[in-house]
Structure formats: C-alpha cells, structure tokens
Design a protein around this ligand. Sequence first.
Ligand SMILES: *Cc1c(COP(=O)(O)O)cnc(C)c1O
Length: 396
Amino acid sequence: MNNPAARDHRRVPVPLLDLQAQYGSLEKEVMAEIKEVIDSQRFIMGPKVTALEESIAAYCQCEFGIGVSSGTDALLIALMALEIGPGDEVITTPYTFFATGGCIARVGARPIFCDIDPVSYNISPTGISSWIESNTDEENGRLVNRSTGGTVKALMPVHLFGQTADMGPILELAQRYDLRVIEDAAQAIGAEYTDGSRAGSMGDIGCFSFFPSKNLGAFGDGGMCTTKDADIAERLRVLRAHGSKPKYYHALIGGNFRLDALQAAILSVKLKYLDRWTEGRQKNATYYDAALSEIPGVLTTPSRTTGQRHIYNQYVMRVRDRDGLREHLSAANIGNEVYYPVPLHMQQCFSSLGYQPEDCPESARAARETIAIPIYPELDDDQKSSVVTALADYCS
Ligand SMILES: *Cc1c(COP(=O)(O)O)cnc(C)c1O
C-alpha cells in the first residue's frame, strides 16, 4: 500500500456485545417465524420445540435434545434426572458462572470445588484425581468423602469461554470411579474436543443455555439438555413437565422447565447462522492474537488448545493490573467485563462449605487477573483496531 493513511482506522466506541447488529440481518426471517407461532396460538411445546430439539441434538452429535426454560434449569433437571440429592457430592470448578455450583446445592447435594488449569481456565483433571485420592475411600462400590461421609456421585466440568474441558482424562476418572458426568456446555455450543466430539456429547447429559449473550441466544431465557441415552432423555422429558406421565399422574416430582415455542422458533432461525457466526468470532480472535502478540509483555492472550474447536463465547486475557486495565478500557469506551470476579469457593453463600481462598489458588488468581474484550462476529475493522489501539495505549 503506498498510502499508509488509508490503513489508519478511526477510533470508535465498541460495546462488549451488540445484539442489534445481528438482529438487523435476521429481522424478516425471525418475524415470520414469530408470526407463525402467534397465528397458531400454540405456545407450549408443539412442533417448533420438537424441531429445535432435533436440530440441536444433531448439531451436538447427540440422539436426544430436551428443550428447557434456561441453562440453569438444564443443569438442575440434569441433576434431578440422575437422582443426585442430599448426601451426594458433585465435583466441579469454582471458576464459572454461579449456576453451576448453585444447582448442585439446590438439589441438596454438596459441591466439591477442584481448581482450574491456569492456561485453559477449565477444571484440571489432575486436580480432580488428586482430590479423590487424598479425600475419599471406596466402600461397597461407593466413593465416600472421608470428612463428610457423603457419596461422590458425579463430575460437572464446565466448557468455559467456548473451549471444552480436558474431557479425555475426565471421562477416564468417571469410568474408574463410576461417576456420572454432566457437562455445563452453556458457553460452548459447537465446541469440539481434540477427538472431534462436540460439547454436550461426551458425558451423560450436556446442558446448554440460550441466554441472549450466548453464541446461540434467544429473545429471552431458554436452554437444552442433550443426551445419547434414551432412558435419561425420557426422565428429562417427564421431569420438565412436573414429572407427569400420563398427564396428572406423577411418579416423579418435576417442575415447569419447558422451553417456549416462541423461543424455539426464533432459535431455529438463528441456528442456521451459528457456524458462520462462530467463524467470525474465530477470525476476530486470530486478529487479536496476532495484533496483541506485538504488544510486549503485559497481556496474556487466551490459549487455543491445538486440535480443538474453540467457539469463543468470550475472548479472555490475563493481566496483572486487571482493574487498572478495566478503568483504561472503560474510559476509552471499549466494552469489557470480568468473568468472574469471585470464584464459587469464595462466595458468601458457600461459606458453610469451609473453603479458604488458597484451596483453589489458580481460580482465585484468575478472578483477579482476567478480563474479556469484545469478540462478537459483527465487529468491523474500525472497532477491532480501536480495541487493539486502546490496549496498546495501556501497555505503552
Ligand atoms: C450462562 C451460563 C449458565 C446459565 O444459563 P442461563 O440460561 O443464564 O440460566 C450456566 N453455566 C454457565 C457456565 C453459563 O455461562
């Protein structure tokens, strides 16, 4: 290029996420679907929900999809379907959205927090195995926590920020100790582990969220459970509608965990574009990776594990003076967020579990040092270069 000025970009404000940009291109198609549902006056279950369940199951390499009211309810109903309750314990990560640990406690079970791998931010399989080795005994086929007397029943890995947890060794542990596996795949629809398996297809149940800020977002709340097991699928379906089967006969106590037909119709439209959006997010991540690698020393860009498909629900960097960078970016009108400032083992509501910050030091450190920047697929060149310029200013 002989005119360097032509490459200069304007500095523009950049929101963390801009859902208007996506809606603009979908309005006609989505409104037609919404009208169809409204014209039918069929709002609860029905063909739109079934169609979405089938296409999400196929997208996630599963036989069955069960639409539910949110990602949180997907986790809750998964625990209920596997009969996890009082006296049971579930191993999970403390570095996640609250719902992961909250649902374990809500069914009356005890969350056991095992620390993360500091590079991927996902739960560390060696952390799980060393916790099991030093804290449990195998008694009559049960894995008993020596200090509480509770039975360890399940593992709940989270595929954080759009990249799957290290599922190979996690599934080996599950097999060795006869544990169930519930995948919190709320941030990872379409993500692939190194063997090509998609998030939500590797454990007993996969749990997805259609919260608007997820890669596949509804116009409100929604979620989905996926499974390859016909019996589990049937239990999930029954539990979703108050445990009723046939109608008004209750062998199980369930709840109202249904996905709205309107949301299902909207999501079916959006699912067609999901791979294109994922590619956009990956391209943005590649752009940031390259641009930020030229800024010396201060920022650690997110790792992309070789051979995995990372869907970049978030682009999360690590920086020593995170709060200083936050202030700088906000002053420059660059959207940013901290996922998450307080790890679950340090949340007040879990204080009775008796954790100290140093019990999961990498989670505590990640909570102090991480920051997310805009990664949504509709970012234009001016916006991306504005983000990088603001980061370069901070680092200089
Ligand atoms: C978003 C999210 C949830 C909860 O999903 P909702 O649909 O908001 O209830 C659970 N776990 C993780 C990791 C999430 O990111």
